[in-house]
Ligand binder design. Structure first.
Ligand code: ZN
Ligand code: ZN
Length: 278
């Protein structure tokens, strides 16, 4: 059975479109048993999408309030999506998703997922037009994300493909590209933390498959890696988006379970096609 839960949820405390309470109500309507919030950690170099310094406290307070209001109806968790370059502590949250939204080159922090034009410009100006050099730095950063962030979950492993549908910038079958990604998978597997299967970019109409790609999910599975389903929701409608589809893909690849977050930490839930209600 596919668990009716999501642990990657944004709200109006960061760049989400709905309030935390609206997200809880939407989750209840969908029959969710749990909802984990993961506000974007504060990044001093880009305040456009993240929680503000003071906003973090208000966010934590609001999730605590909602926990009381909806006790017995839904399990709520106060997590954080910790950016690699965020300098804020992850303590004070129940779990952290470790994500790389920026790479560093020539002393500059470059946004990976902001716009195709930005990626194009950065590849040209900072990497001499070589998209594989860009991918190398990206995956080298991802490889370090758990060490740096003390995170529990690996966020959108190959986020750099957000604007790469139809191989617009680079060929995802290229030997160099695959080698950089597999090195990162091997470095991260050692931590025994789940990779999220993130449907956020499918919902936005940017990608046809989840992060990570099927190819990389196979590599993760081959090495005994674990997964957790995530819709990286920025609005109510997207909660649990395409979980049925990605769970089927995961089953076909060979994953027999997915992780869920509980008050005691991770728990394994068997993946079965029947009873999938998403
Ligand atoms: Zn993210
Ligand atoms: Zn997110």
């Amino acid at each position: 059975m596919i668990p009716k839960m999501n642990f990657h949820t944004h709200t109006t405390f960061c760049d989400g479109k709905n309030t935390a309470e609206e997200m809880v109500l939407a989750a209840l309507e969908k029959g969710f048993a749990a909802l984990g919030f993961s506000g974007h950690s504060y990044t001093y170099f880009d305040e456009s999408y993240c929680m503000s310094k003071d906003g973090v406290k208000a966010y934590q307070k609001e999730i605590e309030r909602l926990k009381e209001v909806y006790a017995g109806k839904i399990a709520l968790y106060c997590g954080v999506e910790q950016d690699f370059y965020s300098e804020e502590p992850v303590s004070g949250f129940e779990y952290a998703i470790g994500s790389v939204h920026y790479i560093k080159k020539n002393g500059k922090l470059l946004a990976v997922d902001e716009a195709a034009e930005i990626m194009e410009k950065d590849i040209q100006e900072q990497f001499g037009g070589d998209p594989y050099a860009y991918a190398k730095v990206y995956f080298e950063t991802v490889a370090e994300v758990l060490k740096k962030n003390k995170a529990d979950i690996i966020g959108h492993f190959d986020l750099l493909t957000k604007f790469n549908e139809k191989n617009l910038f680079f060929d995802t079958k290229d030997r160099r590209y695959c080698a950089y990604a597999i090195s990162a998978i091997e470095a991260l597997i050692a931590y025994d933390r789940p990779f999220e299967i993130n449907t956020g970019a499918i919902y936005r109409g940017l990608r046809s498959e989840a992060y990570p790609s099927v190819e990389f999910l196979k590599e993760i599975n081959k090495r005994g890696g674990k997964i957790i389903l995530s819709s990286d929701s920025h609005d109510c409608i997207s909660l649990g988006y395409r979980f049925e589809k990605v769970a089927r893909v995961a089953l076909e690849i060979g994953f027999s379970s997915t992780l869920i977050w509980t008050p005691q930490g991770f728990e394994e839930v068997e993946l079965k096609e029947r009873n999938s209600l998403f």
